[in-house]
Design a protein around this ligand. Structure first.
Ligand code: IPD
Ligand code: CA
Ligand code: CA
Length: 252
């Protein structure tokens, strides 16, 4: 399955690379700063069409579905067609496509593709994680020697006080902090040891489905901030780190 997923997701990446976003392409969704562009819809449609040709009968949960009624079945693709839409609108060139494959309520394959850097993060359950085909093995970097990334849960502004209070604490304990605008890439960057830790108070399953497998197959740890297993059915908080930073976080 992974080879086919990679082929399809890379082809979808060309839609992002060739995009010329104009004001007419951008529409607001519910909440402040929550946008969808014609390209989010186009990439999702392309993925649905290509994946259903290749894997008929498998359901989909995609961010740009008209309604989100929860997970459709035991086997489904969980898709974020553009993670980092605000970056995309402002031409920041830091966005990705994320596709996770869930079977019996667990993600067993995940692909995250950043078309700008041509970086492909992949994982299969029990078979490790890879970056552009090279094995990814997370390094144990303690907070004081690493960079911490965080997300601001921009569509849930009520989380801002908690977010910035925790960021302040982690800023004091680490080298510095970053806010990139793509949660899926943030998680993959933890897997690649570019960040020691990432957290966000509220994310949706399509933000972390694929990347959570990439992170854990690389040897990283991931859970909700309250230390529960991530759910794939509802939005939840996410903390991801290498094993040492994860333990240090628990002490904070
Ligand atoms: C968003 C990005 C962002 C994170 C938000 C997500 P979107 O996804 O991952 O970094 O802070 O919580 O919703 O809307 O660009 O797909
Ligand atoms: Ca997203
Ligand atoms: Ca998105």
């Amino acid at each position: 399955m992974l080879e086919e997923l990679i082929r399809i997701i890379k082809e979808a990446g060309t839609i992002i690379l060739q995009a010329q976003v104009t004001n007419e392409d951008v529409n607001s969704k519910s909440g402040r700063a929550n946008f969808v562009t014609a390209y989010d819809v186009k990439v999702q449609r392309f993925l649905y069409e290509e994946l259903s040709k290749r894997f008929p009968g498998i359901d989909f949960l995609g961010e740009e579905d008209e309604t989100h009624k929860g997970l459709p079945g035991t086997d489904c693709f969980i898709i974020d067609p553009i993670d980092g839409t605000t970056n995309f609108i402002f031409d920041q060139k830091h966005s990705c496509i994320s596709v996770g494959f869930m079977k019996n309520n667990e993600i067993i394959a995940g692909v995250v593709y950043d078309p700008y850097q041509n970086e492909l993060f992949t994982a299969e359950k029990g078979k490790g994680a890879h970056l552009n085909g090279e094995p990814l093995k997370i390094k144990n970097i303690s907070l004081e020697d690493g960079i911490v990334a965080f997300g601001t849960s921009p569509y849930y502004r009520e989380k801002a006080d908690e977010t910035f209070a925790l960021t302040r604490k982690l800023y004091d304990k680490s080298l510095d902090v970053r806010r990139s605008g793509s949660a899926a890439l943030d998680l993959c960057y933890v897997a690649a040891s570019r960040y020691a830790l990432f957290f966000e108070y509220l994310l949706s399953p399509w933000d972390y489905a694929a990347a959570s497998l990439i992170l854990s197959e690389a040897g990283g740890r991931i859970s909700t901030i309250e230390k529960h297993k991530l759910t794939l059915t509802t939005p939840c908080s996410v903390i991801a780190a290498n094993p040492i930073a994860f333990e240090e976080f628990s002490q904070i």
